[in-house]
Ligand binder design. Structure first.
Ligand code: URA
Length: 430
């Protein structure tokens, strides 16, 4: 078999066979096929797309390029969730303890943030003493004992994705739906869960800009899950503004804790209750989806989800934050409205970049982050503001860059006409 024939096949719009896809993934991981040939194939795939069958073969080849976590020692249905990356997205910190509190098993591997999006691991590590570096044995033991463990992804998990993603990043081929679907699903399948809920973001701060694109991506991922015998549900959710009110690691942990105590912002609570209902129902912890939803809501308001959060933090060596003494910044700087009217959009991308420039995120993988800094939104889309009203607070330490205020100026779109509050969940697929 020759790589050039595989590229030509794809360039001409023909489907690649399973043998061809296995050949190219194995050859690339083993260093036998050079970057330039894989780059050409990625670009051909970007333009020609893939059938459901090819997406399945690609996911399978990527999945078997590395270790697969064996969760057979965990009793019961294992549930997992994944977000395609958002700004202010602290759902894992809420959902994990919430569904674990009703007995579903959450064995979750998470990643770090890069660019304008934050990562669950960075949020967890902003809690004093919290370790995400736990052995596979301890991970499984903890899930059996308290129903939840969250750890960092090992380098051995889907090495093909690490190589391909780096190449996609520099060849303009990241936004290809089958490539995104196989990248996400190979990692989710390697993590060993039976039930997977996907949070597919749409809008300014997301990979998918339109509902149609997000639906197409979701359908590919649901079909891949089906082929592997997994129950996958995709929630298509709004990223035309950040989720909740806070952006920045400790600020997000604080908001997640408040949500677990029943005092969270409406959009975050709605999203968590809905996703949790599917995880709870498919983990056989409620008779119907409606009952699962009520149970999820109750657990947030009766203290049980928060009690599970405390247990989880302590099990991984962390000290449950005292919210009155958790966020340490030199200055809280109000950012005020320059125009009166209704907020039509708060560009999530700009807010994420502003938080990154304050030191709350990384431009490169090696950078250290300041867990204390970030942005707190006081107004959300649909709300009315007067000139001089505080739109958000900037939590800052030493790090400052002059374009932060420019990013905020450009983030807010304020109009004269009344704007409706957007739906957090646009639709559900699967
Ligand atoms: N997230 C992933 O893990 N992979 C992609 O390709 C895009 C988003």
């Amino acid at each position: 078999m020759r790589m050039v024939d595989i590229i030509v096949n794809k360039r001409e719009g023909n489907a690649n066979t399973q043998a061809e896809i296995d050949f190219l993934i194995n050859g690339y991981v083993n260093g036998e096929i050079p970057d330039y040939q894989i780059s050409a194939w990625l670009m051909a795939t970007f333009f020609q797309g893939m059938s459901d069958e090819e997406s399945f073969y690609l996911t399978k080849a990527m999945l078997y390029s590395g270790d697969i976590i064996d969760l057979s020692m965990v009793d019961g249905v294992k549930v997992d969730k994944h977000s395609t990356g958002g700004v202010g997205d602290k759902t894992t910190l809420v959902l994990g303890p919430l569904v674990a509190s009703v007995g579903a098993k959450v064995a979750k591997l998470s990643g770090r943030g890069l660019g304008h999006t934050g990562g669950t691991l960075d949020k967890m590590e902003s809690i004093e003493g919290m370790s995400i570096d736990i052995s596979e044995e301890k991970f499984i033991e903890q899930v059996n004992d308290i129903n939840i463990a969250v750890a960092g992804q090992t380098k051995k998990l889907v090495p093909a994705d690490k190589l391909l993603y780096a190449l996609r990043d520099v060849t303009g081929t990241v936004p290809s739906k089958p490539l995104i679907a196989s990248s996400i699903m190979s990692k989710k399948l390697a993590s060993g869960a039976d039930v997977i809920c996907l949070d597919v973001k749409i809008g300014d701060g997301a990979f998918m800009k339109t509902l149609e694109d997000a639906k197409d991506l979701s359908k590919i991922m649901v079909a891949i899950g089906d082929s592997f015998g997994k129950k996958v549900t995709a929630f298509i959710t709004d990223m035309d503004q950040p989720l909740g009110h806070t952006i920045g690691n400790r600020l997000e942990v604080k908001e997640a804790m408040e949500t677990l105590m029943g005092n969270g912002p409406e959009d975050l609570e709605t999203l968590c209750v809905n996703i949790a209902s599917y995880m709870i129902y498919y983990a056989n912890k409620a008779e119907t989806l409606e009952a699962a939803k009520q149970l999820a809501y109750d657990q947030l308001h009766n203290g049980k989800a928060f009690a599970k959060f405390e247990e989880f933090i302590q099990a991984q060596g962390g000290v449950v934050p005292n919210l009155n003494d958790f966020i340490h910044v030199d200055e809280v700087m109000p950012y005020k409205a320059k125009k009166a009217g209704y907020i039509k959009q708060i560009k999530a991308l700009n807010i994420g970049l502003a938080s990154m420039k304050l030191g709350g995120g990384r431009e490169t993988k090696e950078q250290d982050i300041d867990p204390n800094v970030g942005i707190v939104l006081h107004k959300k889309v649909g709300q009315c503001v007067e000139v001089g009203e505080v739109l958000c607070d900037i939590y800052r330490n030493q790090k400052w860059s002059d374009d932060i205020l420019g990013l905020l100026d450009d983030a807010y779109c304020i109009v004269e006409e009344v704007v409706e509050t957007p739906e957090t969940i646009k639709t559900i697929i699967g």
